[in-house]
Design a protein around this ligand. Sequence first.
Ligand code: PLP
Length: 357
Amino acid sequence: MESPKSLIGFIDLRSDTVTLPTEEMLEAIKNAELGDDVFGEDPTVNRLEEMAAKKMDKEAALLVPSGTMANLISVTSNTKPGDSAILEADSHIHWYEVGGISAIAGVLPLPVKGKMGVMDPKDIEAAIRRNDIHFAETTLVCIENTHNRAGGTVVTPAQIQAISRVAKEYGLRLYMDGARIFNASVALKVDVKEFTRHVDNLMFCLSKGLSCPIGSIVVGNREFIERARKVRKTLGGGMRQAGIIAAPGIIALEKMIDRLEDDHRNARFLAERLAEIEGIDVDLRTVQTNMIIFEISRLSITAEAFVKELREQGVLALDLGKTRVRMVTHRGIEREDVEKAADRVEDVTRKMRQKKL
Ligand SMILES: Cc1ncc(COP(=O)(O)O)c(C=O)c1O
């Protein structure tokens, strides 16, 4: 693992998780009022959880160390071992969470392919396994908003409502991995409550575009959060003076949401520049928030090698499989950085095309 020092000077577009806390956050960490949160006595954690529940218009909330743990806790708390859960085939839970919902929650994933990250309610209905002697009974539907592998695409409130109708009809719970739900809310200029009102429960991350160093929050009704608190303890996620995590979280909720619009503007600008480069294919319809996923299959180079070349030029991106590359804008990335990044992509693709000739 490289130390952050060695990345100074790089334009780091790998993820919005690389954001560092603001000065104000560091100051808040230093001054946070603390207590033992396993005893429910950390006033800063309690304040953040109350704020989060209110913002999402749910009864209660729970601070957890990571988005992955938030998803695992939520799936576990919404199901029992031997159940099945419908989720989008390209979702983070299905791809990047080490199979935790199977290995730990004992839940069988039923992947449904979506369009731009959004599952069709009819496909959800078709995937449901009813209570039959042979079946892992379906009790949960999980959606992801914004959808990471689809390119940061938004699941609109109307689409969530349509999915919730099917879930309700069959008595299933609806959970939202809302790691970047504020990006969705800012992109559509719609209050976040519109996205949360049709789901039973959700999680969102403090440690992505909102710039906190650590933390995600699970939100839902009181009974669900009580269960989640117990599951968090089972997983070893009960934290003591967790106010040092909660203090920057409070600042994130108060001050860091509106600026996501800058990230979206920069992502759009970068995507449009990339779309003009010969050999790069970007589906601009998917560029709705702070991510850009582009195809390089016309360049006869793997995404891994492409990303390595870009790194030589001072730009960091992520390869997603063989020919797909992802870039993410975030606080600390300015217009001039995305301009430079586009120039560097142009240089690398030119080099590749010349090699091919
Ligand atoms: C949609 C989504 N859900 C969950 C996570 C997991 O979050 P964490 O990295 O904090 O475990 C991520 C991380 O990028 C994500 O993009």
